[in-house]
Ligand binder design. Sequence first.
Ligand code: AMP
Length: 217
Amino acid sequence: MNLILLGPPGAGKGTQAKRLVDKRGLVQLSTGDMLRAEVIQGTTLGREAKRVMDAGQLVSDQILIDMIADRIDDPSCRNGVVLDGFPRTEAQAEALSQMLKKHGKKIDVVIELVVDEKALIERITGRFSCKICGTGYHDLFQPPKLAGRCDVCGSEEFVRRADDNEATVKARLLAYHAQTAPILPYYRARGLLKQVDGMAPPDQVALQIDSILTGVN
Ligand code: AMP
């Protein structure tokens, strides 16, 4: 099964994608994670992308399309993928459907995480993760059980995303409305779009997604 998680920054796409990997053996393709890996490696692409990401804007379509095309055909994706952060524009949505078609595949369902945007700034600016194992936390909603120590691996090193500050989040929301929200009708018209309440606690969001996917299978 190939599915897309859509929603504004902070809607919970990454959290739910990771659960789908654990529960259904899907491969998570997160373009944000791929770009951040390029930034950490200091590649030319990473240096260029960092400037755009720090401004809360979208990296060019062709870069992202090539990135996904490279990964989606990998044999590891045979059981299906959960796309998190891609597509983000109409051009990306169209390119995705072409690249899947070429290999006899398709998108089975698109799940929109519907959220109250007033809550997003607080959600995003408080989040951080363990530098070693990647477990996600939040200053207010999900602090580590023992302050300063990762619940899962015991590490004392944490990281915050450079673009998780208020000014950049506002720009990212503008980009979402201008460039990404217009792809919702594209998928609705194809009968693929389902919505879940992204304001519910993560376990309940996962249950809503699960019942949608059970209907798709
Ligand atoms: P994310 O981790 O999905 O919030 O993505 C972080 C940043 O990476 C975004 O604000 C964009 O600058 C860039 N990015 C990630 N995915 C895409 C995409 N599909 N198209 C363009 N830019 C992207």
